[in-house]
Design a protein around this ligand. Structure first.
Ligand code: PRX
Length: 639
């Protein structure tokens, strides 16, 4: 039995046995599982923790390297087997395939290049790229030399890049001239140029020429990625040993929105994160080599980190990376990819399922999908209709669907059924993975002991893949996740538990929206809207949206009233695109003359939410409002 095989949960009994062991003696349990990683130096202590500071330290004393675990350790036995398949945006362009040996060579060369550019262990490197293989290669190259990667989703604006670069004081940026998305090509390098006008820490920009055409380069700062790489290879200098890293050295930062105005840099550590992504990938999807795993997320989000790059490569598996979008050239694109590459596992988001569902069954005609064995969803609660469509039309009413609940902060999946091993229940994430001790609490922080309960979801014991800090501001980490319910990690999600102990996540209970599976903080969005010179004040809430799950509804007070709504609306959308990115653009903007506020000046979002949802009758008590007539006005002009 290989060390990876020893991690596998193969039956329902084995799930229960492993779960019980993980709760009875977590340190012994994880010390055992950690043997599945390749260590340069063995660890001395399994776990040190308290949730007050918070301090969580796993596997201290040990050293290891992420790229070594993803690549080098597979070379002897599986070096010539496929690691990465890349499907380009344009279905008529050539696909790329990398064996473990080839991927290893590219990562080594890129790591050597980073070093040559002056990047050292502990430095922060941002990556702002499209979904090209060099993004995965760049990420792994950072880890090889011990640099901390911070991937910025390609849809974010120059301002968002500048905020992230400055917060992390990044020394280098890896980018592309541009990216393809369906029929469009999107400039990336020029957005970086704009961002860097506000940043002083960046010494080097490495540019991958991907779409071609004009790409102005700043000769002091910018370097052509492929030109430099080829030169290193020619000179025989494209080698770079894997740097031994301490277990708790940060592996990466990933920025995510919260309920305050500024995105926070979630910090993940090396050993714990690697173990968690490996363990959960193997067990949730029941992955078997040489199956091909197709996760449709972007590497700019945590799903892409854990289940395109790390999870699949850690287990020596095959991962598929797709550059394009599900609806171009037509709504059959995912299914064409599944058939073309004989994909075994498809992992996507409810929003993608709903948008493909809306295209009808025609795009599925003449598609076989016979290679599929497991389906998965992530990012938001899946509604029953979408679940059944996915099950019936993609899974032919046979395949297991894993509904995987987790967060950027959790590193990997925490609550999910295990494909074909534990029961799937539509709209339920179901059971916790071994090591995860969920609790539901009421508003007063009382733990709800009854089997059947509804409350706020918390976790009461550390797991290896959990958040360690928020970059540059540890207090913010404590405040956000560990102060609401002392002694517990608070997820920000509401949740139901049934008599069988299965969990159903109902959505955020804080001021965070989940739009098409993307987290958007209402405070961050309001800050952006308020930057427009004509805006006096704004309040943003979510409302149910057929495709996106939640849509963004903005109530805005303008200076010049009455507003000429067409131009004012466009100007505000442009402001949001400019400051955050197009993903945060409100779906509905209602210009109002006042917002419902309490006498102490607090905006009553509850009322605004009800109005956006169209639930007039259930507005509740409005008598505490400073000016109750505002509510009538807003209702009358509701969109
Ligand atoms: O509200 C939950 C929702 O997405 C949030 C985490 O968002 P993010 O950090 O961007 O990570 C998304 C990918 C892991 C959670 O707090 N969420 C995620 N998965 C599910 C979900 N809600 C219900 N069911 C899920 N399977």
């Amino acid at each position: 039995m290989t060390q990876l095989d020893s991690l596998r949960i193969k039956s329902l009994e084995s799930y229960h046995r492993e779960y019980d062991l993980s709760v009875q003696d977590p340190k012994k349990f994880w010390a055992d599982k950690a043997k599945s990683l390749e260590w340069f130096t063995p660890f001395q202590e399994v776990l040190n923790w308290n949730f007050q500071e918070p301090q969580v330290r796993w596997f201290e004393g040990g050293t290891l390297n992420a790229s070594y675990n993803c690549l080098d350790r597979h070379l002897a036995e599986h070096g010539d087997e496929e690691a990465l398949v890349w499907e380009p945006n344009d279905p008529t362009s050539p696909t790329r395939h990398y064996t473990y040996r080839e991927l290893h060579a590219e990562v080594e060369a890129t790591a050597a290049l980073l070093k040559e550019m002056g990047v050292s262990k502990g430095d922060r490197v941002c990556l702002y790229m499209g979904m090209v293989p060099e993004l995965a290669i760049g990420v792994l190259a950072c880890t090889r030399i011990g640099a901390i990667h911070s991937v910025i989703f390609g849809g974010f604006s120059a301002q968002s890049i500048a905020d992230r670069v400055n917060d992390a004081q990044a020394v280098a940026i890896l980018t592309c001239d541009g990216a393809y998305r369906g029929a469009k090509s999107i400039p990336l390098k020029s957005v970086v140029d704009q961002a860097l006008e506000q940043c002083t820490s960046v010494q080097r920009v490495l540019v991958l020429k991907h779409i071609g055409g004009d790409c102005p380069m700043n000769t002091n700062r910018d370097r052509d990625w492929l030109e430099k790489l080829n030169a290193l290879k020619k000179e025989g200098r494209a080698h770079c040993p894997a740097e031994p890293m301490n277990s708790e050295d940060p592996l990466f930062i990933l920025y995510t929105s919260g309920s305050t105005g500024k995105p926070k840099g979630v910090v993940h550590s090396t050993a714990g994160y690697l173990l968690w992504s490996q363990y959960t990938f193997l067990n949730v999807f029941q992955y078997q080599r040489p199956q091909l795993h197709f996760c449709t997320a972007d590497i700019g989000w945590i799903t892409g980190h854990s289940y395109i790059v790390y999870g699949p490569l850690l287990v020596g598996g095959r991962t598929l990376m797709f550059e394009g979008i599900p609806t171009w050239p037509d709504a059959g694109r995912f299914w064409d990819i599944v058939d073309k590459h004989t994909v075994d596992i498809l992992y996507t988001a409810p929003t993608a399922i709903r948008s493909l569902m809306a295209c009808g069954l025609e795009p599925l005609q003449s598609k076989s999908l016979a290679s599929l064995k497991v389906l998965g969803t992530v990012g938001e609660p899946i509604n029953a209709e979408a679940w059944h469509w996915y099950h019936e039309h993609i899974g032919k009413s046979e395949l297991p669907i894993v509904d995987t609940w987790w967060q950027t902060e959790t590193g990997g999946i925490l609550i999910s059924n295990l494909a074909g091993v534990t029961e799937a229940v539509p709209t339920f994430a179901t059971l916790p993975l071994p090591g995860i001790q969920p609790v539901l609490v009421d508003e007063n922080g009382q733990i709800l002991e009854a089997a059947e309960a509804r409350g706020n979801l918390c976790i009461r014991y550390p797991w290896p893949g959990m958040i360690r800090s928020t970059w540059g501001d540890h207090e913010r980490c404590r405040q956000t996740y560990f102060s609401t319910y002392p002694g517990l990690y608070f997820t920000g999600d509401g949740c139901n538990r049934n008599a069988q102990g299965q969990y159903r996540i109902t959505g955020r209970v804080d001021d965070v929206l989940n739009v098409s599976g993307h987290r958007i903080g209402t405070a961050e969005l309001e800050n952006a809207i308020n930057q427009h010179p004509n805006v006096v004040e704004s309040a943003v809430v979510g409302y149910p949206h057929d495709i996106k799950g939640q849509g963004i509804y903005a109530y805005i007070i303008c200076q010049s009233l009455p507003v000429e709504s067409g131009t004012a609306r466009k100007a505000i959308l442009d402001t949001v695109s400019h400051l955050i990115g197009p993903i945060a653009k409100p779906d509905k903007i209602q210009f109002v003359s006042g917002l419902p506020k309490t006498r102490s000046g607090k905006i009553m979002r509850r009322i605004l939410r009800k109005i956006a949802e169209g639930e007039w009758e259930q507005l509740g008590d409005t008598s505490t409002l400073l000016d109750p007539t505002v509510v009538q006005d807003i209702m009358q002009s509701r969109l």
